[in-house]
Design a protein around this ligand. Structure first.
Ligand SMILES: Nc1ncnc2c1ncn2[C@@H]1O[C@H](COP(=O)(O)OP(=O)(O)OP(=O)(O)O)[C@@H](O)[C@H]1O
Length: 325
């Protein structure tokens, strides 16, 4: 899979008619009595990679598919390039790229046939051979979709999303099921698209993916926005005031939090602890206090790190560690 892309963007990317590429304002959606999205508001800047994170069932796909015009909002305003996703679908379709969560490809067609079919919908599509090469499907181009592996299907879905040279791309879990090589290559493609001014809204369950790719991250839970910021601000990279360690599960966090240099202590996952320094206290001093306490309690420490919190820590703190339906 080649990491190089050749995008040919239109001038509308650099001269937007509206101040934001995507706007979601007070968006609500229910299925029967199940309120899956509740007054959700956020906007995505032009040329930004924006990641939507949330546990299973948080409402990410519902939000993305409503923006794509596949579902209707119960309440609220959604705008893409200043246009309504359903009413202005005909104008928007050629300008959008969509990588669906389900690979809704044609099982009996080959990878090349699918791409050629989609290329036919656009006036100036990208070259099919170049796209097959880009996503690493040249040698599998004659394989029927039903025989493609899960990762190959995702890569074909990516090629389909790119074929029309879109200004905005929606990617629902773009790298789910991909092997590490394909993931890295997909990240490169996403970075290259961004470098060419393309706006990307993606959902993911991979914290490293969001942290590395996204300019901003929105965390949603139970259909509500609970955090929206840059990865650096979310993880507090500027203030390295965290001590993390791994030890047996079930330690007394109240005691840990009462160490002189600690402000709080949490067991973020079983056996994984996170302490924050008290205002004005230094991390090395907290390390001394934690390790002394563990030694005195005859507790074995298997890992110790200092620095800032990880996105996963924060995600679990905000959304809890209970598995969702
Ligand atoms: N067409 C539908 N009819 C009824 N319920 C639905 C429908 N689509 C989604 N849901 C429900 O709405 C909730 C939100 O689903 P959604 O797919 O938007 O979540 P998600 O955040 O994308 O989850 P995941 O991470 O698992 O993909 C879930 O409880 C889901 O079962």
């Amino acid at each position: 899979m080649s990491a190089r892309t050749q995008t040919t963007q239109t001038s509308s990317v650099t001269s937007p008619a509206t101040s934001e590429a995507i706007v979601v304002e007070g968006f609500s959606k229910s299925y029967g009595s199940h309120h899956v999205v509740k007054r959700l508001s956020f906007s995505v800047h032009y040329g930004e990679v924006f990641a939507l994170l949330g546990p299973n069932g948080a409402g990410k796909t519902t939000t993305v598919e409503t923006l794509e015009g596949y579902r209707k909002a119960d309440e609220g305003t959604l705008r893409i390039l200043g246009l309504d996703p359903i009413q202005n679908a005909q104008i928007l379709k050629p300008r959008l790229g969509v990588m669906l969560q389900q690979d809704g490809l044609y099982p009996a067609l080959t990878a090349r046939e699918v791409l050629t079919l989609f290329a036919g919908y656009f006036e100036q599509p990208r070259d099919v051979n170049e796209l097959l090469e880009l996503v690493g499907l040249t040698s599998a181009q004659k394989t029927r979709c039903r025989r493609l592996s899960g990762g190959q299907k995702r890569r074909l879905a990516l090629a389909v999303a790119l074929v029309g040279n879109p200004e905005i791309i929606f990617m629902d879990e773009p790298t789910a099921g991909m092997d590490p090589q394909a993931r890295l290559a997909t990240w490169e493609i996403i970075r290259d698209l961004k470098a060419h001014g393309v706006t990307i809204l993606l959902t993911t369950h991979y914290m490293d993916e969001a942290e590395r790719l996204a300019d901003r991250i929105a965390i949603i839970d139970h259909g509500e926005l609970i955090k929206l910021d840059t990865p650096a601000n979310i993880t507090g990279v500027q203030n390295a005031n965290i001590v993390r360690f791994v030890a047996p599960a079930g330690l007394d966090c109240t005691h840990l939090a009462s160490l002189p240099s600690a402000s709080k202590a949490e067991e973020v996952r079983p056996g994984s602890y996170l302490l924050e320094t008290r205002e004005g206290q230094e991390v090395p001093q907290l390390v001394v206090e934690v390790t002394t306490w563990l030694r005195d309690q005859h507790i074995t420490l298997s890992e110790l790190r200092t620095g800032h919190g990880s996105l996963e820590d924060l995600f679990l703190r905000l959304t809890g560690s209970e598995v969702r339906d």
